[in-house]
Design a protein around this ligand. Structure first.
Ligand code: PMP
Length: 404
């Protein structure tokens, strides 16, 4: 056996391509936000996380260009050493203030943020308690925490998973852990696939009774829910009770990078202990400047959030009325559950050919029966885009027998 045998044996992607049904890695040639060009064809983008439509905003673009002029194209070092710019510090200060927390730390991606926080904070004899449907970056952080502890203890008891958004089960698993052992409960704020909002009030009450701290990954919540887009803690009025909120710049903030806000001592500890921060180059000047400009817009133009939510609701209602099974959660993500891999791929292709781009989520990325088209919306979608998308969903769904 050779290490690469499995790679040679992996033919599924090529087979799907040969059938013309491969939904991944399609290059975008032009991007105006709600409409993009792929393979020479203009299509409505209904699968991006560019929630406020700011990647195309002239103010954000100008801020990024100016930062390149002033600071160059890259930082060539980690925050720890030569990679801290005044821009990084400014964005950290602004975000801490925005979320009403003492301090903030930037990472180079959202993925690295979770991966950087969890194994750094959760150490020997401590536990991470994690929703079964949490994002892959949390799973990666959990595994690193478990791996690091296994090296010391020889056992991997550090990660405990509970049933998705099920506070009774959360309570059941947490109460079995040693009462005085430090614990971290970690969850997506808005779940990335379903658009569901976590039951934070239930979680907060359990955390307080069982010596646990809370980390919420608000990648899909910032700019979407909460007062002025301040995310899940704000949505429930639980800003003080939510110990740490992390997020990404790759969605609402129209850029690239990640952040965590929390107590000054916690941020200071992460700053001096998280390998994902210390051994990785800092976000580029253009990325940070774009995120800062997006934050300005989010603060000054909160009506964009209302438009985003109206757009997502219009699609949720429109698709449900046609007979599609859609997620009912009030966020910017509207999953259309098809329940069959081949139908998902055929729907994806049909929608693309008719002029709508969505994301195909199939196994093993989703559990059996949950194969879906993940759709998500932007504040910059106009009614004409959404009406056209709905008409295309109707035509393609009917022609494939997914709806009647
Ligand atoms: N957390 C969640 C919930 C996400 O959905 C994502 C990205 N899809 C990330 C973190 C990672 O963020 P980034 O793309 O900035 O690495």
């Amino acid at each position: 056996m050779d290490l690469f045998d499995k790679c040679k044996a992996f033919t599924r992607a090529d087979e799907t391509k040969a059938l013309g049904l491969y939904p991944y890695f399609h290059a975008i040639e032009e991007n105006e936000g709600p409409v993009v060009q792929i393979e020479g064809r203009k299509v409505i983008m209904a699968g991006s996380n560019n929630y406020l439509g700011l990647t195309a905003d002239p103010r954000v673009k100008e801020a990024a260009s100016k930062a390149v002029e002033k600071y160059g194209t890259g930082c060539s070092g980690s925050r720890y050493l030569t990679g801290t710019l005044d821009l990084h510090v400014e964005l950290e200060t602004r975000l801490a203030k925005f979320f009403g927390k003492e301090d903030c730390l930037l990472y180079s991606t959202g993925y690295q943020t979770a991966q950087g926080i969890i194994p750094t904070l959760v150490q020997r004899g401590e536990y991470v308690v994690s929703d079964k449907d949490n994002h892959a970056c949390i799973v990666a952080g959990n595994l690193m925490a478990a791996g690091a502890n296994a090296l010391v203890d020889g056992k991997v008891q550090t990660i405990i998973r509970y049933k998705h958004n099920d506070t009774s089960h959360l309570e059941a698993v947490v109460s079995k852990l040693p009462a005085d052992a430090p614990k971290l409960i970690v969850t997506d704020g808005v779940f990335s696939t379903s658009g569901e909002i976590v039951d934070l009030p239930g979680m907060v009450s359990i955390a307080r009774r069982h010596n646990a701290r809370i980390l919420v990954d608000d990648a899909h919540a910032v700019g979407v829910i909460g007062k002025g887009g301040r995310g899940t803690a704000s949505h429930f009025g639980l800003e003080k009770e939510t110990d740490m909120t992390m997020g990404t710049f790759s969605k609402t903030f129209a850029s690239l990078g990640g952040f965590v806000v929390g107590d000054r001592t916690v941020i200071n500890y992460l700053k001096h202990h998280a390998p994902a921060l210390i051994f990785s180059a800092s976000p580029t000047p253009a990325s940070v400047a774009a995120a800062l400009a997006a934050l300005d817009i989010l603060e000054k133009e909160p009506h964009r959030i209302d438009k985003l939510m109206q757009n997502a609701r219009k699609m949720r209602i429109g698709l449900a009325e046609m007979g599609y099974r859609v997620g009912e959660h009030d966020s910017a993500v509207v999953p259309v559950i098809i329940g069959d891999t081949e139908k998902v791929l055929r729907m994806w292709r049909g929608l693309f050919e008719e002029g709508v781009f969505v994301n195909a989520f199939i196994r093993p990325g989703v559990p059996p029966g949950m194969e879906m088209l993940r759709t998500s919306y932007m504040a910059s979608h106009e009614d004409e885009h959404l009406d056209k998308a709905l008409a295309i969903f109707k035509k393609v769904g009917r022609s494939l027998g997914v709806i009647h």
